[in-house]
Design a binder for this molecule. Sequence first.
Ligand code: AMP
Ligand code: ZN
Ligand code: FE
Ligand code: FE
Length: 285
Amino acid sequence: MTYYDLHTHTRASDGMNRPAENVKLAKEKGLTGLAITDHDTVAGIREAQLAGNELGVEVVPGVEISTRVGDKDIHVLGYFLNIDDKKLLARLVSLRRTRELRNERIIENLNQLGIAITLEDVKYGLGRELRPDESLGRPHIADTLVRMGAAADFRDAFDRYLAEGRPGYASLPRISPEEAILWIREAGGAPVLAHPGLYGDDDLVISIVEKGKPAGIEVYHSDHGPEDEQRYLQIAQQYDLIPTAGSDYHGVRGGVVFHGDLGTRSVSSDTVEKLRQAAGTGRVI
Ligand code: AMP
Ligand code: ZN
Ligand code: FE
Ligand code: FE
């Protein structure tokens, strides 16, 4: 049997581990391979690939792009894209710029609530320099709120301040899922709609599938229940989409693994080959 976890984060975005550590963990857990899918960046891929070559673990280059429809954040995964593609890299820079402005808004909101937090506090919490090609997100802000004593723990920081609809939350206009799908195809990759069960709106999921025509849909995800899996597997069959799986591993925060542990959701090499094919033959309309 072959096992690939197709959704993992590293410290290039809001994961806790170095890319090489995810690869080492994959090896320890007996996986054949894993994808590195950081938010709006491919900065972790190279290190992971080097570690993968050394340890004999296949590293699938990936990304998770933040998009928006109405008042919902929608994530689009991309696999086997060319991570040196100039246009892709410039596009990711623009997404990270939007992210920075969004983070500033969140900080302003928190300040209005009487919490004396700054972006410098958040960056200080990393314990190292943030590289310009890495991305900062709400989990880093949550960690800082916990450190400051403004929240009891990571979950409390989201529940009280940072989750959608909470008083610290802010959002800015972002690209649409259809645009992200096109960007991934133009970079030679296979686009996959991430964790459809998290949006609470299957009509929206179907409209994204019909309009954007991704290559796949993430049927198996740590935050999906068995009913979600059944529903999305049916949608995958109906629309001829590749069903994918990923843990959305972010590492350990305060002793807790959020989403899922690395390797707890996986696909076999058949699925990986289908994605590779879809990436190679991706039509750009
Ligand atoms: P961002 O892209 O900066 O908006 O942050 C999104 C990330 O925050 C996701 O990948 C999740 O890991 C995390 N996240 C979002 N909502 C929650 C929540 N309600 N509780 C815990 N973590 C969350
Ligand atoms: Zn994340
Ligand atoms: Fe996501
Ligand atoms: Fe993710």
